[in-house]
Design a protein around this ligand. Structure first.
Ligand code: HEC
Ligand code: HEC
Length: 185
C-alpha cells in the first residue's frame, strides 16, 4: 500500500524533479564560474595596486582580505595586526566606518568590508564573555598584553609607537624586532 502510492507519486513528479535538479545544478555551476571570474579579475587588480605584498603567513583565502585591510586601514595610521584586538572590536570598527575616533574611514565598499571582516575575524579571538567591555585601543586590550609576555610597558602604547620595537611596521611585519629585543632573553 505504502509502496504503491510512493511509487505513483514518484513517477508523476519524476520528470518535474529531474528538470528542477538540472536547472538548479546548471544555475549553481554558472554562478560559480561567474564568481571565480569576477574574483580573479578583482584580485588581479588589487594585487597590482599593492607594490609589496605583506610577508605574512595567511591562507590564500584571506590574502585578498589582508590586502584590502592594509589598503583601507593604513591610510592614516599603521595597520594593526588583527591578533592584538578581539574580534568584537574589529566588527564594531568595520560596521561603523563613519564614526571612527572622530573621523571617518573612506572608500570602504561593501565587498571590501566583507573581505576585511573575513580576514580580521579569522586572525583574531573573541572576548570570553558578553559582559567583557570591548577595547577600542590596544592599550586596553588583554590580547595585546598576552602576546607581549616579556615586555613591561612603561608608557601608553598606541599604533604610533609599535615602531619603537618593531622596525618593520610599514611592511606589516611585526615579527622582526629591534636588536635589543631580539637578543634579550
Ligand atoms: C581617515 C583616517 C583613518 C582611516 C582611513 C582609518 N583610521 Fe583608524 N584611526 C584614525 C584615528 C584619527 C584614530 C585615533 C587614534 C590615532 O590618532 O591614531 C584611529 C584609531 C584606530 C584604532 C585604535 C588604535 C590604537 O592606538 O589603539 C584602531 C584599532 C583603528 N583605528 C582601526 C582602523 C581600521 C580597522 C581601519 C580600516 C577599516 C582604520 N582604522 C582606518 C583614523 C583612521
Ligand atoms: C617596548 C617594545 C615593544 C613595543 C612598543 C611593541 N612591541 Fe610588539 N613585541 C615586542 C616583543 C619583545 C615581542 C616578542 C614577544 C615578547 O617577547 O614579549 C613582540 C611581539 C609582538 C607580536 C607577535 C609577533 C609574532 O611573532 O607573531 C605582535 C603581533 C606585536 N608584537 C604587535 C605589536 C603592536 C601592534 C604594537 C604597537 C601597538 C607593539 N607590538 C608594540 C615588543 C614591543
Amino acid at each position: 500500500m505504502f509502496k504503491t502510492s510512493w511509487l505513483s507519486i514518484f513517477s508523476r513528479f519524476n520528470l518535474v524533479s529531474v528538470v528542477i535538479v538540472l536547472a538548479i545544478s546548471f544555475w549553481s555551476i554558472s554562478i560559480g564560474w561567474g564568481m571565480t571570474y569576477v574574483l580573479n579579475k578583482f584580485t588581479g587588480n588589487v594585487s597590482a595596486a599593492i607594490a609589496a605584498p605583506p610577508n605574512n603567513d595567511v591562507s590564500t583565502r584571506n590574502h585578498v582580505g589582508q590586502e584590502f585591510y592594509i589598503k583601507t586601514c593604513a591610510a592614516c595610521h599603521i595597520a594593526l595586526p588583527p591578533e592584538v584586538l578581539p574580534r568584537e572590536t574589529w566588527k564594531k570598527l568595520l560596521e561603523n566606518p563613519n564614526k571612527h575616533y572622530g573621523t571617518s574611514v573612506p572608500n570602504l565598499i561593501r565587498l571590501g568590508q566583507l573581505l576585511i571582516w573575513d580576514y580580521l575575524q579569522t586572525c583574531s579571538r573573541s572576548l570570553s564573555s558578553k559582559d567583557e567591555p570591548i577595547p577600542f585601543y590596544v592599550e586596553q586590550s588583554r590580547y595585546f598584553k598576552i602576546i607581549h609576555p616579556r615586555v613591561k610597558f612603561q608608557e601608553t602604547v598606541s599604533n604610533k609607537n609599535c615602531i619603537i620595537c618593531h622596525p618593520g611596521v610599514e611592511n606589516f611585519d611585526f615579527r622582526t624586532l629591534t636588536p635589543e629585543w631580539k637578543n634579550s632573553p
